[in-house]
Ligand binder design. Structure first.
Ligand SMILES: Cc1cc2nc3c(=O)[nH]c(=O)nc-3n(C[C@H](O)[C@H](O)[C@H](O)COP(=O)(O)OP(=O)(O)OC[C@H]3O[C@@H](n4cnc5c(N)ncnc54)[C@H](O)[C@@H]3O)c2cc1C
Length: 412
């Protein structure tokens, strides 16, 4: 068996590592002519970090990431609502990593190249179509200038192309544009002195007027011991531009909403103004698909289940897909039976996360407090919502996304 993986992002590289571990040959084809550390912050929650640690990557990740210590929730007046520990601090057997997406991609790439060989990552190959020829998948490619490249044959092809998947479009030509949530997002990274625990993932406020997510992703980046701190500002608005991870954003479009967010732990407007660069993208997703596998082609990661980036689950669910798919390919001599087993396991699970991110995400805590207080400061949080309710809201998302501690530990 040889697996053709299309896309050397988080999913494609993780799948490569898992197939290599299972003794299954693969090659990864990537559209970009060079893999650069693009993107900003990403969180690897315990269900996914467990898979990466099992691949022997804990040490490499620990060198470049921040080991997340806690989740903290505040309203927009800076009033404390709720806090809970994260990763090993919460009793999981693995850490949670807050990491630059590029650093994660480079850790995966380095490990894959060291284990499988540099020739197994083929750059500058944009896949345009996958066909089937008897027992083989045939993938067609073009270079960065749009010139055709020789077709490649394998036993199966996996689209790990992310949100702009060409192969998803091949399978679902009439799907239509992504669905806008009504929330536009601005994000960036700021070099800043550690604050709070120096490893806190902090959520503040609700989308009207604004919600902020802040967490550090690199430690000790300079002589002053500053960190690289990721931030995302969500604002409810009908105005948005097409989804593009690299689209630049303007400070003037949103900073006015944050001007009085000056807390004793962070001067938010000063922090945002110090950002290296600002990116902008809409919170969009697509409805869960009825089917991922067609003949010798299947979908994985964002290509299979694009979701709102609000539960730190985009990369995590891609990593869990990889585990299910590599297990299924290792256990089934017939790749089509493997696809069926993979899809039976992962399609319902990821559909539930897509829908939970729409209706009951982990920041539902903030929505509940916003709703009950009418977006006004409170005297005592216990008069607004009980600790038990807060815990229940947090635990319910963990169960849907698959990182509730008991079930995860029980899996072994
Ligand atoms: C440039 C970029 C920046 C991102 N920044 C963030 C971020 O800051 N925070 C965050 O939470 N998530 C970010 N993401 C998304 C995040 O990586 C994914 O949600 C998640 O990791 C799922 O991974 P994936 O493998 O499905 O897709 P991705 O990690 O997006 O990887 C897809 C890969 O496929 C390649 N590709 C696409 N089409 C083709 C084709 N036809 N042929 C060959 N190769 C192709 C792409 O170049 C990319 O390398 C970013 C993605 C990208 C591509």
């Amino acid at each position: 068996m040889e697996v053709l993986i299309i896309g050397a992002g988080i999913g494609g590289l993780t799948l490569g590592l898992m197939l290599h571990r299972a003794g299954i040959a693969c090659r990864i084809f990537e559209a970009a002519s060079e893999l650069k550390a693009v993107g900003v912050g990403i969180n690897i929650l315990p269900h996914a970090s467990r898979e990466l640690c099992a691949l022997g990557l804990e040490e490499a990740l620990t060198k470049v990431a921040v080991i997340t210590r806690e989740f903290c929730f505040y309203n927009r007046f800076g009033q404390y609502i709720y806090n809970e520990p994260a990763g090993r601090f919460a009793g999981y057997d693995v850490p949670q990593f807050s990491i630059h997406r590029g650093d994660l991609q480079m850790v995966l790439l380095d490990a894959f190249v060291a284990r499988a060989g540099a020739d197994k990552v083929v750059l500058g190959h944009r896949c345009t179509k996958v066909d089937y020829d008897g027992d083989e998948a045939v993938a067609y490619f073009e270079d960065v200038n749009g010139n055709p490249l020789p077709a490649q044959r394998g036993t199966v092809a996996i689209s790990a192309e992310g949100i702009h998947s060409t192969l998803r479009k091949q399978l679902y030509p009439n799907e239509g544009p992504p669905k806008y949530s009504g929330i536009n997002m601005w994000r960036g990274v700021t070099r800043w002195k550690p604050f709070m625990s120096g490893a806190s993932m902090i959520r503040v406020g609700w989308h009207h007027p604004a919600k902020l997510l802040i967490y550090p992703i690199r430690n000790n980046i300079d002589a002053e011991g500053r960190q690289l701190v990721n931030w995302v500002c969500d604002i409810e608005t009908p105005k948005y531009k097409a989804r593009d991870w690299n689209r630049g954003g303007n400070l003037e479009d949103f900073i006015h909403v944050l001007e009085d967010w000056k807390f004793d732990w962070l001067d938010v407007p000063a922090f945002i103004r110090a950002s290296d660069a600002i990116l902008e993208y809409p919170m969009v997703d697509q409805d869960p698909l009825p089917r991922w596998s067609f003949g010798r082609l299947t979908l994985l990661g964002d290509a299979a289940h694009p979701m709102y980036p609000r539960g730190a689950n985009g990369a995590a669910q891609a990593i869990l897909d990889c585990r299910a798919l590599s297990d299924a390919l290792a256990a089934n001599a017939d790749p089509l039976a493997a696809f069926k087993a993979y899809e039976d396991k992962r399609r319902p699970a990821t559909s539930a996360v897509v829908l939970a991110n729409r209706s009951a995400p982990p920041d539902a805590i903030l929505h509940e407090v916003y709703r009950r207080t009418g977006d006004k400061p409170f005297k005592n949080i216990d008069d607004v919502i009980s600790r038990e309710e807060l815990v229940a809201l947090s635990e319910s998302y963990k169960r849907v996304a698959g990182y509730d501690k008991e079930r995860l530990q029980a899996r072994g």
